[in-house]
Write a protein that binds this ligand. Structure first.
Ligand code: ADP
Length: 285
């Protein structure tokens, strides 16, 4: 994946690079040195990733796009649990209640669900886990499953911007795609609304709705739940066993996606973060 060509085609200019340099570091390589050296020696980069980060940071937005571009599976535990909750049976009702409270679904249930998903993939299929693991128990459980991930992306964004983004999120009833009506400015960087394209199901009147857990009260609870678990997650065995990067979401999808695609593409993502040439990408913990 030629990052600069892709960036130019998405941005129409090299301006993203200039902005990113001011906001850098955008991506920080957190991997222990031996893992970085071993990965740099490999011909192909990781094909199995975890995208983690607080609610609203854009895990789903980026995971969907990167997985689609690379032909990988996108496994979102939040989406799977929401679909299950819609069934209305006793388990579904319990799940709906947990999700609406902003708390976490029990570890065993989510681990079983992810185990099933990973087993159903072809052995060489790439995947991105979006929103899983969220606890240390899940992280350790994941590393014992049939196809543990090879890399982790820890996404970050200013908390007030996370809240603005969650308040502006709208989901399509038909295809479940997320959009955003918020118009956010972060210093010199602008994150414009992400509105549905004309002619799609999402653009039909009445298609978009606000998730039940995107209310201000529930957003506070979800952010707190994430904060409560994040330290333990970052200290889990998973983080010692796989390559990990920190990514500061510094702009909109147009600006940030090319760098993430470059990082995740197995053909380009093995190089040491210091030399990858992506604006703001740097090595070292
Ligand atoms: P967000 O990351 O914005 O909170 P998700 O759609 O990923 O949104 O998750 C919504 C809800 O689904 C969570 O608040 C939680 O109740 C449940 N959930 C999703 N993933 C997990 C997980 N890995 N473990 C436990 N609960 C989860």
């Amino acid at each position: 994946m030629a990052w600069r060509v892709l960036a130019r085609s998405l941005n129409g200019s090299a301006s993203a690079k200039g902005v990113a340099e001011k906001v850098s570091p955008m991506v920080v390589d957190l991997s222990p040195p031996p893992l970085r050296a071993a990965a740099a020696a490999q011909e192909e980069g990781p094909r199995s990733w975890v995208f983690m980060g607080p609610p609203g940071v854009g895990k789903g937005t980026y995971a969907t796009r990167v997985a689609e571009a690379l032909g990988w599976a996108h496994i979102s535990t939040g989406d799977i649990l929401r679909t299950r909750a819609e069934s209305g049976d006793p388990v579904g009702r319990e799940l709906a209640g947990i999700q609406a409270s902003g708390k976490l679904v029990p570890d065993e249930m989510v681990l079983e669900l992810v185990d099933g998903k990973l087993r159903s993939l072809r052995s060489d299929a790439g995947y991105i886990l979006d929103g899983f693991p969220r606890t240390e128990v899940q992280a350790n459980g994941l590393m014992a499953l049939s196809r543990p991930p090879e890399a982790v992306l820890v996404m970050r964004m200013q908390e007030d911007k996370l809240k603005e983004k969650l308040a502006g999120r709208r989901v399509c009833r038909q295809c479940h795609k997320s959009h955003n009506v918020a118009d956010i400015t972060m210093g010199e960087v602008h994150m414009p609304p992400m509105l549905p394209a004309k002619g799609t199901c999402c653009a039909q009147p009445g298609s978009l709705y606000t998730r039940r857990d995107d209310t201000p009260r529930c957003v506070e609870q979800r952010l707190q739940t994430y904060k409560d678990e994040e330290d333990a997650l970052l200290r889990s065995n998973m983080m010692r066993m796989v390559r990990s990067y920190r990514f500061h979401v510094w702009g909109g999808v147009r600006e940030c996606l090319p760098g993430l695609l470059h990082l995740c593409d197995p053909a380009t993502g093995t190089m040491d973060a210091d030399h990858a040439g992506i604006p703001g990408l740097s090595g070292g913990v």
